[in-house]
Structure formats: C-alpha cells, structure tokens
Design a binder for this molecule. Structure first.
Ligand code: EPU
Length: 312
C-alpha cells in the first residue's frame, strides 16, 4: 500500500468479478469521499470504475489503469423520499453509485415505492446499472432515472437530467465514447404503490429468472446483446425485430460448447458459466469468439458482447 497525496493506493490487487476469474489491477483505490475521488481522477484520468463486477470480464493479464471502487459509505448512501438532501420530493430516491441494486430494490418494495421491481435478479451497483442501462424483459433502469450525478475526467462536477441522457438498449451514452463521466449518484423517480403488489411482481420476475437462467453458477449474466435482425429469419423473427441472442445461440447448437473451464450454459445459451478453479479469462474470450462465429454462419447475424471486457 502506498499513499499518493493522501489517497491510499493498493498494488497488484485481484479484481473481484462474478465470473470468479481474470487478472489483477496494478493499482486500486477506494476513495472515502468526493475529494478523494477527484484526487484519483488527477492521478489517473483514465481510471476505471469497478462496480459489482457482475457484467465484467478482466483479461488474465489484468489492467494498468487505476481501478477505483466506490464502496465506502459516502458513495453507498440511499436517501429516501421525504428526507432533506438530493432525494427530497415524494417519490424521489437518491442512491450513491456504489449502493447495491438488489438491496435498493428490496428497500423500495418495502417502502411501497414502485419502478425498480422489474430489475429483480440483476446483480449490480446502482452506478454500474445506470452506466449500461441494465434491464430485461421486465424493464430497464433508465425508466426510473430522474438525474445522474458525477464527475468528468477533469474532476468537474456534472449533473444530467433524464432528458439530457441518450439512453438506449443496454447503453446510457455516459461511458467512454459518450459523456465519459464517473457516476457518483443517481436520483430515481419512483411511484407509490401497494407493497404487497410490488412484492408479488418482484417474486414473479425472480421466479421467471430462476426457471430460465443458471442463477447458481458463476457467470456474468447474458454475454451478448439481443440483436436487431437486418433480414427476416423464418420462424425466428422479422427484419427490424430484436430477438433473443440466447435463442439464436441455442438454435445454432452451441449449448454445452466449452473452452477450458468455460462453457455455454445448458439452461440459457446466452450465459457462459465458469469453473473458477479451471477457467481463465482467455477461455471465455475464445468461447465468445466461437459462439459469435457459429451464430454468424448459421444465421448471418453478428452478435455484439454485452459483457464488458477489460484488457491492457
Ligand atoms: N431461449 C431459447 N434458448 C435459450 C434461451 C432462450 O430458446 O437458451 C428462448 C426462450 O425460450 C424465450 C426467448 O428465447 O422464448 C427469450 O428468452 P428470455 O426470456 O430468457 O429472454 P432473453 O431475451 O434471452 C433477456 C435479457 C436478460 C433478462 C431476460 C429476462 C438481454 C441480452 N437479455 O434475455 O438479461 O434477464 O431477458 O428479463 O437483453 C442480462 O442482461 O445479463 C440478462 C440476463
């Protein structure tokens, strides 16, 4: 551990991900507050933010940029409606970027605040979920976002209202190639609803996923985005329709396909499951390439990864 201008930096730290594999960060920092985060940005403007590691594959060689984890209390605070501070108004909740999304969903349901329960079963931090507009058949987080707070790569504060954000399918436009901001907190607009109704809806969503997805295995959720078809695929979808990547991977015969300790789930073909003792990040990358090639040759559809890959 070294201290650079009052910020503690750890060296050579394993980056925890849901895959349970992959390389290390040369440098990692857990800033205590906004001032320390700004210091991190000064030290390395190219820093990477680690969320829950739920949608992330880190290459075996690790990464050289400073990896910043927003897991200190200042970045995990949730301000419920009626409190003073940024949350304030009736259905508005302010959540720090490092707050845990599944816990926030449970708390919102308990308080009778609807709008997040369709995101049940998605492991994420709030910042990570907003950055990639996490969601599925039962909703996307963008629909509940009122504003996003953060800093740019020069350390300047940014607040963007919902209408200023270019949300799309699994994208927010807030990452590199877009606004390129570091999210520190999100104001969510929820609505009052009967907690019993919300609880039942959350239960249904979880039940659907438990039945159709390998929730007990090590994975990063869906590996590929659902593609929009350019041409009709008889029996599978029309031109312009977004179809399940999992269905295409399944129909291309990839279930069970394996490289080293990584394999295509038998339960849902858009999941790659890993055995952390046997798998390397390279295995997952090679398996993703093999699946992409098989779907391309079977259907002429080019799958795009949803999983974020960090490499040097
Ligand atoms: N299907 C198959 N074989 C498979 C998987 C699916 O034939 O191996 C078929 C299913 O039978 C169903 C259809 O494909 O008829 C759609 O499947 P599903 O309901 O599982 O939805 P999906 O489009 O494959 C999306 C999200 C999931 C999300 C679910 C449910 C993407 C890339 N995937 O999957 O999100 O959990 O809807 O809301 O948008 C994730 O993003 O990490 C993720 C898992």
């Amino acid at each position: 551990m070294t201290t650079v201008a009052d910020v503690a930096i750890q060296s050579n730290v394993l980056i925890p991900t849901w895959f349970g594999i992959g390389g290390k960060a040369d440098q990692m920092c857990r800033p205590k507050d906004a001032a320390e985060l700004r210091r991190c940005v000064q030290i390395d403007p190219s820093l990477r933010i680690l969320g829950d590691g739920a949608n992330l594959l880190v290459d075996d060689a690790g990464v050289g940029e400073l990896v910043v984890v927003l897991d200190q209390p200042a970045f995990k605070t949730v301000t419920p409606p009626g409190s003073s501070g940024p949350g304030g108004g009736s259905g508005r909740v302010f959540a720090g970027a490092g707050a845990n999304l599944p816990k926030l969903i449970l708390e919102a349901v308990r308080l009778g605040l609807g709008g997040l329960e369709g995101l049940g079963g998605i492991p994420a931090t709030v910042g990570g979920a907003v950055m990639m507009n996490a969601g599925g058949a039962f909703g996307q987080i963008a629909d509940a976002v009122a504003s996003v707070h953060g800093v740019d790569r020069q350390g300047n504060q940014i607040v963007l209202r919902r209408e200023e954000i270019d949300f799309g399918y699994r994208r927010s436009g807030l990452g590199s190639g877009g606004v390129d901001m570091i999210i520190t907190g999100v104001e969510l607009e929820l609505h009052e609803e009967d907690p019993g109704v919300l609880r039942a809806r959350l239960k249904d969503v979880m039940e659907y996923k438990r039945k159709s997805q390998p929730m007990a295995d090590r994975s990063a959720g869906c590996v590929f985005k659902n593609p929009t078809l350019k041409a009709e695929l008889p029996g599978l979808g029309h031109a312009g329709e977004r179809v399940s990547a999992g269905m295409l991977i399944d129909k291309a015969g990839c279930k069970g396909l394996a490289v080293g300790g990584a394999s295509v789930s038998q339960r849902h073909a858009n999941f790659i499951v890993t055995d952390p003792k046997a798998a390397r990040a390279r295995d997952v990358i090679e398996l993703m390439d093999a699946v992409t090639a098989k779907v391309q040759s079977a259907f002429g559809v080019k799958l795009e990864p949803e999983v974020v890959v960090w490499r040097r």
